[in-house]
Design a protein around this ligand. Sequence first.
Ligand code: MN
Length: 714
Amino acid sequence: MSVTQSLDDIDLDLLEEEIRLYNESVDLTLVRDSYLFSEMKHREQKRMSGEPYFSHCKATARNLISWRMDVDTISAGLLHDVLEDTSTTVKELREKFGDEITHIVEGVSKISSLPFRGIESQAENFRKMILAMSKDVRIVLIKLADRLHNMRTLEFLPKESQIRIAQETLEIYAPLAHRLGMSRVSAELEDLSLRYLNEDAYYEIKNRVDREFEESGEYVKRLSKIIKDTLLESGIESQVEGRIKNIYSTYQKIYAQRTSFEDVYDLFAFRVLVDSVKDCYASMGVIHSRWKPVPGRIKDYIAIPKTNGYQSLHTTMIGPGGKPVEIQIRTREMHAVAEYGIAAHWKYKEGGAASSEDARFLWLRRIVEDMQELKNPRHFMESVKVELFPDEVYVFTPKGEVKGLPKGATPIDFAYSVHTEVGNQCVGAKVNGVIVPLKYELQSGDIVEIITRSGSRPSRDWLKIAKSSRARSKIRHWIREEERAQSIQMGEELLEAEMQERHLSSTKRLLKSDELLEAAKELNLSSIEDLLAHVGYGKVSAQHVVNLLAPETAEKSDKQAQREVPKRRHTATGVNVGGIGQPFVRFAKCCNPIPGDEIVGFITRGRGVTIHVVSCPEISGEVERILEAEWDIQEESLYSVEISIESNDRKGLLADVAAAIAKESVNIASGSISTSGTKAATIFTVQVTDLGHLRRVIDGIGRVKGITRVERKS
Ligand code: MN
């Protein structure tokens, strides 16, 4: 490959010359020093290709120069591997090159990747990249320059490494480059990855595109000239070029969307570069008056730029010969941003790493926020993907302010993008003046108005309809706070009950006491609230806490391992569990206990206690979170239970079963029957007062002629 070979010849003079091309008056002492230092440090090392290792450092720096980076970044690029691969120390680097460059080089070294395995390490790699980036974007730009050269020289590595590195590039580096607006870099990284991940597809597409280009080359040249001349007739100076879209995007069209190669008509796109924004719109008008535009393909990214900063007008016209032709129209300045993204217009202030304060890095700040919230790697990756592949819709506030939201976003997402409180108190929405359900999918151009009611609260179900990471993390945050409040209250109740059991004075006084704080500290918790929440979550048992508070009562309490449930006021739900209050108690749906069943309480994470049958498999192995419970029926009430019946299908059977049930004065709430051949399966929902009652019903049914099996289903 000519690119890698020519790099050998690049010497310091050449690098300096290239920098001078875009920064005439800059002081290059730092670049010179870094060059010599790095060359000396890497002198003994060789790359897999047999080249001196330093050639890689030069190539990395050269990529940075092609993105017109500042001298600090270029110097750090030359030095990027000295900490990791040579004996150089941080101290040495700081003394020679100062804090800023050392900081960047250190940042680059820290994100050297984990071996790529599964979502856990993918998430971890992303975390590192994003943390580094939030400190200084230049760290990631160097990493991209480094990866680009490594991908260009990947052929020298063993097959296994090729696949691992290509996969990581495709999943992490290419999307990051895209998100930073560096479309040329991300396209090259994608194409190079594909070459190693699916060699056959890569070469098949490449050969066909090359052939197509050869065949259509004349056509492309001719059409470019026609467009240019047409614009000139209207007084617009322009530069027009035809180009081939990248191989990977064609591959995705063919493989992911299952189109055939013949149907991928937009292998080519034309690009029109003009001097001013006014000329962009004028050019589009001229082109539309000469060729027919394809409806629905006109996009104005000048008025509403993409979140990565991209600006351009897009249209597809029916060109000569009836072929659809995609055209992008933009100024030269916009073009530089489209190709090199953040690198093209990122000006560093004196000593300024001022990365995440920039409005263009809102998304970065959002990911960093999410990172603290989302400990689960799957949740985190979901949110990263939403932020990195922004397939967006643009909607308006009633005042005409634009909001960019991920595709599929709902009024909930919009509400949270306005303000957290607007989100939390959202009760409804109007789109274009009409009331819509909260799950309505917003369309670009919608004018959205949120209806709020003070005191209203988010719902857990909103997580199913919210798409943006911001809304999702705000909702999760709210739920967690709410659960914590409940847990604290329940922790209080559980402690109170345990104290009463041991005839100790009330917790009410204790709640503010130093003793309780001491107990908390002993359990490595920083506050009384934390302690209560832990008890309420079932992470620490109330017995354990009271043992710490009143050790003299501990032994006695341990001896009565099989002690009775603490007595308490009679309760409306008919269950007495661990002596705690009733607002927290619910019956589990999985095992549906009825009076007479042996039951236990199960401490949920922040949602009170659920009552299960002792043998319920849902709660096995969670001893810490089990509370003793017993029935405490004051007033008979009815419990629904499902009974499943298998029988031979005979005439009048159903009537006989119904009669047997009625004999026990039981209501049938519902029933369903399915037959196959001579067999019938019936499910009845009956309402009984307790287990004895249920047994009598089951026995009664069992005695009906033709019944082969009766059992309680839940
Ligand atoms: Mn490197």
